[in-house]
Design a protein around this ligand. Structure first.
Ligand code: C5P
Length: 134
């Protein structure tokens, strides 16, 4: 299947930290950290898809905010965007991911330098660092 959009959530806590999720699959990405999200289904808006995906993956309800500028071409016809979000109900838990962690700017920067971030998601790091340093 091709075509469409993957939407990921840059979830910020009230203390300003960002939520990262550790991928369990595929093997070449397992253990690396990403912004959680998934594919937009036909008929869904980006925001609706993000709310659904984060409910399914993390068991939280989020309020969706402003998009990040960068978008990533995963393959022809499949692009990935990220949207800022805040949790309005629930505590994130791991259903599909190996682990979750809340990071500040220094932690995110160090993880990026060590190559611990999913390659596609590295396009967002400058904007995420700017958010975290605000
Ligand atoms: O998470 P899921 O497997 O549904 O993601 C669909 C596609 O989007 C995969 O190819 C995955 O590598 C990519 N993806 C990504 N970064 C994310 C979320 C998904 O590269 N934060």
């Amino acid at each position: 299947m091709s075509g469409g959009t993957v939407v990921a959530g840059a979830i910020y806590a009230d203390d300003g930290r960002l939520l990262l999720a550790q991928r369990a699959y595929p093997p070449e990405l397992a253990g690396l950290w990403e912004l959680p999200g998934g594919k937009v289904e036909p008929g869904e808006t980006l925001d609706q898809a993000l709310v659904r995906e984060l409910c399914e993956e993390l068991n939280v309800d989020v309020r969706v905010g402003v998009r990040l500028e960068a978008s990533v071409r995963l393959k022809p016809g499949l692009d990935m965007v990220a949207v800022r979000a805040r949790i309005v109900a629930g505590i994130p838990d791991t259903t599909e991911h190996l682990d979750l962690r809340w990071v500040d700017a220094d932690m995110l920067n160090a993880m990026d330098l060590r190559g611990e971030i999913v390659p596609n998601d590295r396009a967002w790091i400058p904007e995420l660092l700017a958010d975290l340093r605000e």
